[in-house]
Each structure stands twice: as C-alpha cells, then as structure tokens.
Design a protein around this ligand. Structure first.
Ligand code: PSU
Ligand code: MN
Length: 300
C-alpha cells in the first residue's frame, strides 16, 4: 500500500461522492517553462472548479503520494530544477528516497487508482517512438491505460511520437479512443493528423456512459480533444520543426528523459512561442471536458 496524503478539498469530494479530476504534474515540472507552468496550474484548477468538479494535482513529496498538492508543493515542482519524472516504476523508489517527483500519465493513473479517482487530464500522452524497431521505446502510459479504470482526456500523443504505431498498439490493448465531437485523432499542436478516433461522441453524457459500460473490461479509455481551432498549428510546420529539433538532439547526444524537454524547448523557440500558447490552451480545454465528463458520471 502506498503512503498517501489527500488534501482536505479532495477528501471532502471523495467522502461526498462528488466529481474529481486528477491532473498530471509532469506538465508543470518538465513540460512548461516557469512562470507559465504555475499560472497554467492555477488556471486548470479554476476551470475544473468552474465546471463543477474538484481538481487534484498529483505529486510525490517527502515520502508520500499527494492527491491535491498545496501551493508550496506546486511552487516547488514549478521552480526546482531537480524534480524527478515519475512513471510507474519510479513511484516506490521516489517514495522511499523522500524525493520530490512529478507524475507522468502512467504515474498519475496509478496514483489516481490508489485514491479511487477515475478520470484525469493532461496535454498529450506517451506512446510509441518512430524508432521503436531499434529502441523498443514505448511509454508505460499505454500499459497503465490498459490495466486501470482511469480515463484520460488529452489532445493525442506527444508530438514527437509515431501516431499510426501508437494507434495500432492501443487497438491491441483494447483501449477505446473516443473523440469529443470529433472523428479525427488530434496530433497535439494540430487538430488534424490524418488518423481517426474509434468513436465520435456528441455529448458528455454519452462519454460518461461509455466509461460506465467499459468498467466491465480491465482498462480505461482515451478521450481526445483537438486544440482549439484558433490555436491549432499547421501539421507540416510542426513536423518540420520537430525533425530539425530531433536532428539537433542527436548531434548533441541528447536522449532518454532529456529528449522531450529539449524538443519542446526548441519547438517553442522555432515557433516564436506559438507551441507554448497552443499547449496551454489545449490543456485548459481538456480540463473543461474532463470536468464535464466527471460531472456526467455522477448522474449515472
Ligand atoms: N507530452 C508532452 N511532454 C511531456 C509529456 C507528454 O508534450 O513531457 C510527458 C507526459 O507526462 C507523459 C510522458 O505521460 O511524457 C511519457 O513519457 P515516457 O515516454 O517516458 O513514458
Ligand atoms: Mn519512453
């Protein structure tokens, strides 16, 4: 059993059967720069509250999983340089070492499950890298989605990943990919990818019912939401910048956990901060959708 601290706000919601939305914290620790990260975190919490649910940012700190971190902890993960990225296999060791860690989608799913929260929000989930055949690099996010009943609202997968390979694997794992009012599987910064969701849901109630029926199966569902049209960036531009950044990373020997932060930083620079704006706006929209689905779930 994990040592868990639940914030009074989240505890109240759990005890009163109120909707709760878990929030991945790697976005703030490793995805967005300071001070955009901390502003984004506060705004996500506001959006979730405005839409009738209780927000729970999940982090690891001083030997505990914190479900609903406080402002000091949020400040720490947003400003400190040495916050660990916590996926499934890091959870127990980071707890024992009492270090501070931000959870990935996989880490958030595991912690949310332990706290009986069944929906979470993020920007983009992990998936399969294009060089999978050589590297075998596939995110634990897919695996945790397949064995926990936590649904994830996102705008697709990280922009550097291989969409068709990831979609194939999600099919193998039996994970439904439900678009909210959309047929198209988004490619994070862009509302189009040339690939499709498995279902286009017209209402939040419909998605809540899908989640309810899917309880009979081990595993969660993915709910995709494209970035708001106003902030969507042309896919060709993103692909071009990503290619340049990947080549730079290779020539600088940047790989593993350092790769995504490096590429995101270069995309920000090459796009003159457009990717940053899109990243933030899509998370806000995903937070709204996750809260509305969480509210709908309580009506069933
Ligand atoms: N999307 C991004 N940047 C990120 C991530 C997603 O644009 O840093 C993080 C998320 O926390 C996701 C994780 O769960 O990367 C997946 O990492 P890995 O491939 O190491 O499992
Ligand atoms: Mn990986």
């Amino acid at each position: 059993m994990f040592p868990i601290k639940i914030s009074p706000e989240v505890n109240y919601a759990l005890n009163n059967n109120q909707p709760i939305v878990a929030i991945e914290s790697t976005i703030f620790a490793h995805g967005l720069p300071y001070p955009a990260n901390i502003e984004c975190a506060q705004e996500i919490k506001n959006i979730i509250k405005k839409n009738g649910a209780t927000p729970a940012i999940i982090i690891l700190d001083n030997g505990f999983i914190n479900i609903g971190c406080n402002n000091d902890q949020l400040n720490k993960i947003s400003t400190s340089q040495n916050i660990e990225k916590v996926s499934t296999r890091e959870i127990s060791t980071i707890l024992v070492s009492k270090k501070c860690g931000a959870t990935t989608v996989a880490g958030t799913i595991v912690c949310a499950t332990a706290a009986k929260i069944n929906i979470m929000v993020t920007g983009g989930i992990g998936g399969i890298h294009s060089n999978f055949n050589n590297s075998h690099d596939m995110s634990t996010d897919l695996f945790e989605l397949s064995r926990n009943k936590v649904s994830v609202v996102c705008s697709g997968i990280k922009s550097i990943l291989d969409i068709p390979k990831t979609l194939e694997h999600l099919e193998t794992l039996g994970i439904p990919i439900i678009g909210y009012k959309s047929n198209i599987f988004p490619s994070f910064y862009s509302s189009d990818s040339g690939f499709y969701n498995t279902y286009n849901a017209k209402t939040y109630d419909e998605i809540a019912l899908i989640i309810n029926y899917h309880k009979s199966v081990k595993g969660g569902i993915i709910i995709t939401n494209p970035p708001p049209e106003k902030y969507s960036i042309d896919n060709n531009k993103i692909n071009k910048w990503t290619k340049i950044a990947s080549q730079e990373a290779e020539s600088m020997n940047i790989s593993g956990k350092k790769l995504t932060p490096f590429i995101l930083k270069r995309l920000r620079e090459m796009s003159e901060n457009k990717t940053l704006k899109t990243n933030i706006e899509l998370i806000y929209d995903n937070a709204k959708i996750a809260s509305q689905i969480a509210v709908s779930q309580k009506k069933i």
